[in-house]
Design a binder for this molecule. Structure first.
Ligand code: MSP
Length: 641
């Protein structure tokens, strides 16, 4: 048996009734990125995705479309598989819950739990949301009888059902969570789940009789197995149901179930308890990521705000879309999508930072050294710092990737890209060339090319199509030993390599044209100003994640070549922060000097026009009027709650 380390990662299996949008694409791209990264680190990986095809919702939609459910889902699955190909998803298997082997394993496991007395027959009386395929109590649906998750009307349900003795396992579950603090990630979700279980766990209704599009209960054919019980089994049936069972031996328990925050309860409470009842080992962890939001609202077909990933890939290229998704969503947090945000990321990170580094490097090697990478002969005074940083990045980047903090890992990697661009400005190879300092020139150009090799290797799991194009330009397409994680040793790039300059990899997006495209037509008669709609309800925990602080304005200036941006130097207790704010139309730079304002101090830093903005100043806006929020007479650093 091989002693190679294994890594098994899954996405949720998607409902075929929904148009897959960039929210779904996020989960799958993230899992793909992680699987590719682990493979690069030498793991034997298995990456599973698939489709969740049973249940009342699908049956109804199929009937509404005048089709049999199987025919209905078969057509949709073709689109799923096409989307994953466009997004360069390299999954090892695509399980469908209508696959024969899944049905067989699901029935076997249901039977096993029944035989040991953990499934019993009773009657269900309560509420059901068909869209979420979830049971709710009277208390949860409230007087309005709406689903607490999706807000749609729920249906009353009274039918004979089988129940799974969840309650019996509550203490064991709580003990497991205490012993395995990293099982539910991030921690905020773990606390939520623990509080939920502490309030008391009810047995779960696991069969239905009022429709038949599902897996029959093996010992009572009048019933079909509850769609979530059926769906969760996929993580095991995909391995166990095929071949000689060696896949299961090798890969179970899973290392990561990657899921959106809306379905974390199913994966961290119901699924572990099913596994406990089956006496099977539990996965290593469940990571609940946030949502991709549009204008701070969840994307959904019924709201008409879904964004088609295929359209974006065709317009901007798949690498840019994948990079955007992985860079934009912070660990466990929601992120906003707009075409403008995507355009900005492409322009700043890909075209300006990375793309420029490549075109400057290849351009200067072509111009000054006849397209040959010469050996580094004489270091400049700027070399040591750049090289030290490059040498340290693989470890830092790897640590963040292992923790699945993809946005932070990319941000760390881009520090090296920016450092290299600054290094070019400082070392000024054009001046070295002019002064005939060939020894120093060759060092600078070598270092630039080697940094590019480093960054490209590490960026490959996120943008798998990128390296091939870069290796061609750097002249190392055939030297595959230089494309691996193990080759991240400074200085492996061989001198004498002939480069081949190519087209820019990431063309800049014309943001002004994009804004004009997106601008809605002016209404004929302007209506009376309406108040912005109140955002969806958040919990006190959501609010507590923001660290709001009083800051004092020490300096403020306009950012060159922009109409909107002011650059603030702020005092935050004993620290200083640089923050950019798009309020130049409303304030002169000196107007706010010495004032105490309010800052979101723990907002992930962003780079705008090459300047890192470390937080956001709060302001109120109504129509064309904007005023910053002031906190007079409070010391800087004071916390706002
Ligand atoms: N079929 C169930 C999963 C069963 S797994 C045993 C399901 N399917 S789904 O198609 O509705 O959603 C699949 C995944 O997409 C979920 O993890 C969900 O959180 C994710 N997303 C759906 N919309 C999303 C966003 N707008 N943003 C990020 N992820 C989102 O649930």
């Amino acid at each position: 048996m091989s002693d190679k380390k294994t890594f098994y990662i899954t996405t949720p299996i998607y409902y075929p009734s929904d148009n897959l949008h960039i929210g779904h694409a996020y989960t799958t791209v993230a899992a793909d990125t992680m699987a590719r990264y682990k493979k690069m680190r030498g793991f034997d990986t298995y990456f599973l995705t698939g489709s969740d095809e049973h249940g009342q919702k699908i049956q109804r939609r199929a009937h509404a479309a005048g089709k049999q459910p199987q025919e209905f889902v078969n057509e949709i699955i073709i689109n799923f598989k096409h989307l994953w190909r466009v997004l360069e998803i390299d999954n090892d298997d695509f399980i469908r819950t209508t696959d024969e082997h899944h049905i067989r394993i699901c029935q076997e496991l249901f039977q096993k739990i029944y035989d040991q007395g953990d499934i019993y027959k009773s009657e269900y009386t309560g509420w059901y949301c068909t869209d979420c395929e979830t049971f709710f109590t009277e208390l949860q649906v409230g007087e309005g009888h709406v689903c607490p998750d999706c807000g749609r009307a729920v249906e009353t349900m009274k039918e004979e059902s089988y129940f799974f003795r969840m309650n019996k396992y509550a203490d064991r579950w709580l003990q497991f969570m205490t012993d395995n603090p990293d099982f539910i990630r991030p921690e905020s979700r773990r606390n939520e789940m623990i509080n939920f279980v502490r309030q008391g766990l009810e047995d779960l209704c696991v069969s239905r009789t009022t429709f038949d599009w599902g897996i029959p209960v093996p010992f009572d054919q009048k019933h079909v197995i509850y769609v979530w019980f059926d769906a969760l089994i996929n993580y095991i049936s995909a391995l166990k149901g095929q071949g000689d069972g060696s896949l299961y031996e090798k890969f179970w328990p899973a290392d990561v179930h990657l899921v959106g925050k809306d379905i974390i309860r199913f994966h961290t409470i119901i699924w572990p308890i099913m596994l406990m009842a089956l006496d099977l080992p539990l996965p290593e962890c469940v990571l609940g990521h946030g949502w991709v939001l549009i204008d701070s609202d969840k994307m959904s077909k019924s709201k008409g705000n879904v964004i088609d990933p295929i359209y974006l890939c065709e317009k901007y290229g798949v690498e840019a879309v994948r990079y955007f998704l992985m860079r934009e969503m912070g660990y466990g947090l929601d992120c906003n999508y707009s075409e403008e945000l995507l355009g900005r990321r492409i322009n700043n990170d890909l075209a300006n930072d990375y793309g420029n580094l490549l075109s400057r490097t290849t351009g200067m090697i072509e111009k000054f050294q006849g397209s040959v990478i010469e050996p580094p002969v004489e270091p400049t005074e700027f070399d040591a710092e750049l090289i030290a940083m490059a040498k340290a990045i693989p470890e830092k980047f790897g640590r963040l990737m292992d923790k699945m903090e993809w946005a932070n890992a990319l941000s760390e990697l881009w520090k090296l890209v920016n450092k290299a661009n600054k290094y070019i400005d400082d070392a000024a190879p054009w001046a070295l060339n002019k002064a005939g300092q060939q020894g120093k020139l060759s060092s600078v150009l070598y270092n630039m090319a080697e940094v590019l090799r480093f960054v490209t290797i590490m960026a490959a799991p996120v943008m798998p199509g990128l390296p091939k194009r870069v290796w061609r330009q750097l002249g190392i397409a055939e030297q595959t030993q230089l494309h691996t994680w193990e080759s991240l040793e400074w200085g492996r790039l061989p001198a004498g390599t002939k480069i081949s300059r190519g087209e820019p990899l990431f063309p800049r997006i014309d943001l002004a044209a994009l804004a004009a495209e997106a601008k809605p037509e002016a209404p004929e008669a302007p209506a009376a100003p309406a108040m912005e709609p109140i955002a969806p309800t958040c919990t006190i925990d959501d609010f507590a994640r923001l660290d709001l602080r009083v800051v004092k304005v020490l300096a403020c200036e306009k950012v060159a070549n922009t109409d909107k941006l002011l650059k603030f130097t702020l005092e935050l207790g004993t620290e200083q922060r640089t923050v950019l704010s798009g309020i130049a139309e409303f304030y002169q730079p000196d107007e706010l000097l010495g004032k105490n304002l309010v800052l979101i101090a723990n907002l992930q830093p962003v780079k705008i026009r090459g300047i890192e903005s470390q937080g956001m100043l709060l302001s109120a806006m109504e129509g064309k009027k904007l005023r910053v929020i002031e906190a007079p007479d409070m010391p800087s650093g004071a916390k706002i709650s």
